[in-house]
Structure formats: structure tokens, C-alpha cells
Write a protein that binds this ligand. Structure first.
Ligand code: AMP
Length: 175
């Protein structure tokens, strides 16, 4: 059994100036390397109250690392949100702004049924652009966003603002 009081922040490695100067990258490799820490992280995500949840959707690729075990623990299905050109079936696409240029995410059109309540998962909330686009994608399929769950939140970037009315919770808030 894992320790519910485990200090999960101690399983993050700060890497300065990656992938470019000025960015302090939060490396989750030490967390992934510990089965106990991963179980504790999954339990903490599962314990958040987002009301009824029908499916988990997570964002490529680090979101998958937490979304799949969470879906299995909750006994519900998993939906991948991926970078353009990766999903083989019919897709919907949302483009979003980056600091420099734009990026996009895609979802299979039949991944979510109309009215299904979907919990969105990613490893880290920074500016919120990626998660906001993923939420739009799920809504484009007729899904309802139950909320957004993160392992890490960089609170000083105010990513929650971009997520508007969607309830937002993180295991490790960093201010
Ligand atoms: P954003 O769209 O700005 O909220 O960025 C979120 C995405 O970028 C997440 O999928 C993260 O994996 C990644 N990301 C952004 N900033 C960092 C950071 N400082 N450390 C690690 N990953 C980051």
C-alpha cells in the first residue's frame, strides 16, 4: 500500500533552461520510476471530486502516463488527444496559439458520445493553451467537460484563466 502522505513534489527534477533558455522544466522521470509514487499520484487524481465521470481524455504524450492508469483505476474508458497526423480514423482538430507560432491537437470524432462527462488529464498546467484546446475538442464531439486534473500546476502562469468555467485541480501546485 502506498503512503498517502508521500511528498510527491520530491519526485520532480527541476531542469533549468530546457528545452530553451529561461524555462525551468519539471521532469517527471523520478516520479515515473517509483511505482509507489505513481500509485499515490493516481490515487490522488482519483480522489478529486469532479462529479460523475464517464471517460478520461488525456493529452499526448505525458498526459497518457497518468490518464491511462487513472482510467483503469476508475474502471472507465480512455480517449487519446494527439498531435496532428497521428490518429488514423476521422478526426476533429483545434489549433491554438503558442508563445511563437501555433500548434494543434486532434481527437477521433467517435471517441466521445454526446452528453458523456469527460475528465481531462495532463501532466502539467502552464499557460493552459494546450488543455483549453483539448477541452474544445471534446466539446466538438458533444462531450461535457467534468473538469481538468493535473499532476503539476505552475500557478504563476495563470493557466486556469484560459480554462474558464471548467473545474481545475492539481496534485502539486507550484507558485
Ligand atoms: P501549456 O499549454 O502552456 O499549459 O503547456 C502545457 C504542456 O506543456 C504540458 O503538456 C506540459 O507537458 C508542457 N510543459 C509546459 N511547461 C512545462 C514545464 N515547465 N515543465 C514541463 N513541462 C512543461
Amino acid at each position: 500500500m502506498h503512503d498517502p502522505e508521500m511528498d510527491l513534489a520530491s519526485f520532480l527534477r527541476d531542469v533549468p533552461d530546457f528545452p530553451k533558455p529561461g524555462i525551468l522544466f519539471k521532469d517527471i522521470s523520478p516520479l515515473l520510476a517509483s511505482a509507489k509514487a505513481m500509485q499515490a499520484a493516481t490515487d490522488k487524481l482519483a480522489a478529486f471530486d469532479f462529479g460523475k465521470i464517464d471517460k478520461i481524455a488525456a493529452i499526448e504524450s505525458r498526459g497518457f502516463l497518468f490518464g491511462v492508469p487513472l482510467a483503469m483505476q476508475l474502471g472507465i474508458g480512455f480517449v487519446p488527444v494527439r498531435k496532428p497526423g497521428k490518429l488514423p480514423w476521422k478526426t476533429n482538430r483545434v489549433d491554438y496559439e503558442l508563445e511563437y507560432g501555433t500548434d494543434a491537437v486532434e481527437i477521433h470524432q467517435d471517441a466521445v458520445d454526446a452528453g458523456e462527462r469527460v475528465l481531462m488529464i495532463d501532466d502539467l498546467l502552464a499557460t493552459g493553451g494546450t488543455m483549453a484546446a483539448a477541452c474544445q475538442l471534446v466539446e466538438s464531439c458533444g462531450g461535457v467537460i467534468a473538469g481538468c486534473g493535473f499532476v503539476i500546476e505552475l500557478g504563476f502562469l495563470n493557466g486556469r484563466q484560459k480554462l474558464g468555467k471548467h473545474p481545475c485541480k492539481a496534485i502539486i501546485p507550484i507558485n
